[in-house]
Design a protein around this ligand. Structure first.
Ligand code: NAX
Length: 333
């Protein structure tokens, strides 16, 4: 049998975990020939609920699920991990100041970065889902002294998928016949927040430029971009709780593409440590167009950035710099 891949998931008893774990166990993330060991981390009071999730995983009799570990010890959960999906976090609550939010998450992601550094494989692939995802990833990265910073990524794949779906809906309403499969080279830049910039200027629909097909800058600037950026809030309004199944699906997409590669002629949006590409300040974790091959990712180079895009990318990067400065002041990085 192929050696199982060790996949650590934090916040495993939460609502994203409830969708995510079953998809990992079924082979959707790493392929139909790759067995997995699930290493699940929760806070101590949630271990009882996590036990229930373990029972349901057992009841799935998944052929690829080699073992399940449930723990409240980060070093056990991250032990020799090949993949670590960090879902558990302290999201913003009504009335919470930014410093309180960042400080509460520092209490989670600083020790988890240290534990990843001590215990995970050196080539672990880390995906931070828990919000504020980009800055939580930055905190973990900066506290993982023995790991390459490039192993730390944050999730903007849900935004990317939302951007594709909203574009297909619009083009179909214009009388085109478009499936999500026709849409390539979508890019979401910046932060997983309302400042994110879903960019249609390089996006292709069955080989044609998406923006030209839409032909309506007003809709693009004033409807499309805000609809994608505020989709999370719209889901909360409709469902009474935040996106979970779609977030789990995006996490599966992110790790699958990083591991198995992006299709030729396409790219995906991933929040990765900036190397200064496209004028995004070095060191912050920001969303870029990325291609993946042989288990590595690279930021797509050489795209033209028009004035509209420049302003949007700069605004989102400025927000990330502000968050970085705040966590620096708090002594978290
Ligand atoms: P839930 O509150 O349902 O679950 C979170 C779980 O994390 C809980 O079971 C909790 O006990 C656990 N947890 C808390 N602190 C922990 C720690 N230190 N170690 C291990 N586990 C810990 O939230 P859920 O709906 O699953 O969402 C999880 C996170 O994903 C939230 O921060 C949410 O804002 C974020 N999201 C990020 C998205 C993205 O695109 N990046 C989209 C979906 C989602 O909003």
């Amino acid at each position: 049998m192929t050696t199982p891949v060790r996949v650590a998931v934090t916040g495993a008893a939460g609502q994203i975990g409830y969708s995510l774990l079953f998809r990992i166990a079924s082979g959707t993330m790493l392929g139909p020939d790759t067995p997995v060991d699930l290493q699940l981390l929760e806070i101590t009071p949630a271990l009882g609920a996590l036990e229930g999730v373990r029972m349901e995983l057992d009841d799935g009799a998944f052929p690829l699920l080699n073992s399940i570990t449930c723990t409240d010890d980060a070093d056990v959960a991250f032990g020799d991990a090949d993949v670590a999906i960090l879902v558990g976090s302290m999201p913003r609550k009504a009335g919470m100041e930014r410093a309180d939010l960042l400080s509460a998450n520092g209490g989670i992601f600083k020790p988890q970065g240290e534990a990843l550094s001590r215990s995970a494989k050196k080539d672990v692939k880390v995906l931070v889902v828990g919000n504020p995802a980009n800055t939580n990833a930055l905190i973990a990265m900066n506290n993982a002294a023995d790991l390459d910073p490039g192993r730390f990524t944050a999730m903007t794949r849900l935004d990317h998928n939302r951007a594709i779906s909203q574009l297909a809906t619009r083009l179909n309403s214009q009388g085109e016949s478009v499936s999500v499969n026709d849409i390539k080279k979508m890019t979401v830049w910046g932060n997983h927040s309302v400042t994110q910039y879903p960019d249609l200027s390089h996006c292709e629909v069955a080989g044609k430029n998406a923006l030209e097909l839409v032909g309506d800058q007003e809709w693009y600037a004033n409807e499309y971009i805000p609809t994608v950026a505020k989709r999370g809030a719209a889901i909360i309004d409709a469902r009474g709780s935040s996106s979970a199944a779609s977030a789990a699906s995006a996490a599966v997409d992110h790790i699958r593409d990083w591991t198995l590669g992006t299709p030729d002629g396409d790219w995906v949006s991933m929040s990765v440590p900036s190397d200064g590409s496209y004028g995004v300040p070095e060191g912050i974790i920001s969303s870029f167009p990325c291609v993946c091959k042989d288990g590595n990712y690279e930021i797509v180079q050489g795209l033209d950035i028009n004035d509209f895009s420049r302003e949007k990318i700069d605004a989102s990067a400025a927000e990330l710099v502000g968050e970085r400065d705040a966590v620096t002041e708090l002594g978290l990085i």
